[in-house]
Design a binder for this molecule. Structure first.
Ligand code: PMM
Length: 275
């Protein structure tokens, strides 16, 4: 999944793709590089971000979605609002990526159920402005798993089909770096719930903290790519279904290399069995 933030303030690419032509060109490039889905977002979810009105969100994303739909680019809409998701679905998006897992807008579950589209339910405890204060866990892996299971139950109760649900632990959302690492270390426990699992680690602050200078200043966002690739491979190894990334080309390369190792291992196993 390639990230396309059409916002002036997202943490990694904020402001770069607010121009429609630049956004469209970037999305097409990410598809050519191997992205299967372009995640279009019109509201920044970086820690501390202020909310924008639904109308503003719609005005940001719709022109880009319309142009990308016209050239057959597969898209998800990154929104917590049913009104935005509805407008995006009408304009050609086929997947709803809801970082609130349906919690922010009670109308979202019904909309998704009626649309019959896939719904990415991310683990979330509150809007970005306040989420730092919500990063309190006794056992982050068990709590994220349990809170996500509750979101699945709510989705199913609203009529969403089991085969349309994708789960995401929400790295960086009401999580401190140690929580992100523990979730990655125990991804198998989320995968075991039986739904496809999406991971969004790309360039996030837990990587900046890991790679901080000796004086404590975090590694700049643009210099977190190698660490992102390592997390992508670790996530694939743990059974993730997808990764949400900014640099599609490098992540696709990493996945291809990881896959080639697995294929060579499987072929070697087959040869040994045949001997
Ligand atoms: N992270 C961001 C935004 N949307 N959606 C999902 N499903 N998972 C994530 O981890 C996620 C997301 C924040 O990153 P950005 O500012 O680069 O979009």
């Amino acid at each position: 999944m390639g990230v396309l933030n059409v916002t002036p303030d997202s943490f990694s690419d904020g402001g770069r793709y607010t121009d429609i032509d630049a956004a469209v060109a970037h999305a097409i490039q990410m598809c050519q590089e191997g992205a299967d889905l372009i995640d279009v977002g019109g509201e920044s979810t970086r820690p501390g971000a202020d909310r924008v009105e639904a109308e503003v969100e719609i005005q940001r994303v719709l022109p880009v979605i319309r142009e990308l739909a016209a050239v057959g680019i597969p898209m998800s809409i990154d929104t917590t609002r049913a009104a935005v998701a509805e407008a995006a679905l009408q304009a050609g998006v086929t997947v709803v990526n809801d970082v609130s897992g349906g919690l922010a807008d009670p109308a979202m579950a019904k909309l998704v159920a009626e649309a019959g589209c896939p719904w990415i339910l991310m683990h979330w405890r509150g809007h970005s402005k306040y989420m730092r204060e919500l990063a309190i866990y006794t056992d982050v892996v068990a709590e994220v798993r349990q809170e996500l299971s509750a979101r699945v139950d709510a989705a199913l109760a609203a009529g969403v089909s089991t085969d349309k649900i994708v789960l995401d632990p929400g790295l960086g959302f009401a999580k401190r770096p140690e929580h992100d690492w523990r979730l990655l270390a125990h991804l198998d426990s989320l995968v075991a719930l039986g739904f496809p699992v999406l991971i969004g680690a790309s360039r996030k602050s837990f990587l900046g903290a890991l790679l901080a200078d000796p004086d404590g200043s975090p590694r700049p966002v643009a210099e977190r790519e190698a660490a992102t690739l390592a997390v992508t491979v670790a996530a694939c190894q743990a059974g993730a279904w997808g990764v949400r990334v900014h640099n599609v080309r490098d992540n696709v390369d990493a996945i291809r290399a990881w896959r080639a190792v697995g294929e060579a291992r499987a072929a070697a196993g087959g040869m040994e069995e045949g001997r």
